[in-house]
Design a protein around this ligand. Structure first.
Ligand code: HEM
Length: 195
């Protein structure tokens, strides 16, 4: 795995222990039909996707930037999208693509899912980059809804590195499951009592 890092990226540092247990993680994995074959397919996807990280982020940032109710979460003190905030998060987003494909689902992975979750909520949003933003949290409805664009836009990137349609399908399904699994975990601090 590459060792690239970014400001505020704390995966390999001391992390708050996730309130989600490994047993609960395994249950959510089962709910999304996660299997050892998916883990292998996702690693193969990583080999294709990680070198294309910038192009993938261009697509996602293009969509978020063009969608007012999404880009408003990146507002700076003047209420306009903050280029500094967007750029800082973009770097960590790139590392997330790599981590999603390559990291094992162990306690550390679970703890960093909790960290990312909190950074979308009032608990920790804006703190990592020291942004004085009027946006206090990412609305849960949009967090969940973004599973769709984050998934459907990935197929063409997979196809650019794999001509066998069956293998593309396996990687695509593994990606979809992994994104859904992480968003299910990220929902935890939004509704701790009901999660
Ligand atoms: C499937 C859905 C989503 C994924 C996979 C995702 C992924 C990420 C990642 C990887 C980070 C950086 C985490 C880190 O600090 O290491 C991040 C931060 C952020 N995301 Fe999302 N995100 C999603 C949904 C959304 C939505 C819907 C919005 C806006 C409406 C949003 C706005 C933000 C903002 C503002 C930050 C920076 C938070 C901070 O201040 O630290 N995200 N996201």
């Amino acid at each position: 795995m590459s060792t690239t890092t970014a400001h505020g990226y704390t995966y390999d540092e001391t992390l708050t222990t996730s309130p989600v247990t490994l047993a609960q993680l395994r249950e959510v994995e089962a709910s999304v039909l996660w299997s050892a074959e998916d883990a292998a397919a996702l690693r193969r996807a990583g080999e294709i996707l990680v070198p294309q990280t910038d192009a993938i982020l261009d697509v996602w940032y293009g969509f978020v930037g063009a969608t007012p109710h999404l880009v408003e979460t990146f507002a700076g003190p003047d209420g306009e999208p903050s280029p500094e905030y967007l750029a800082a998060v973009r770097e960590r987003f790139g590392l997330w693509i790599r981590d999603l494909c390559e990291r094992d689902h162990d306690q550390r992975w679970l703890d960093y899912q909790n960290e990312i979750a909190l950074r979308h909520t009032t608990a920790r949003k804006n703190a990592t980059d020291g942004i004085d933003s009027p946006s206090t949290h990412v609305p849960l409805r949009h967090l969940i809804a973004l599973i769709v664009p984050i998934t459907v836009t990935i197929r063409s990137f997979l196809e650019s590195g794999e001509s066998d349609a069956t293998k593309v399908d396996a990687m695509y399904q593994a990606w979809f499951k992994a994104v859904t699994l992480t968003v299910a975990l990220w929902a935890q601090p939004y509704a701790p009592e009901l999660w």
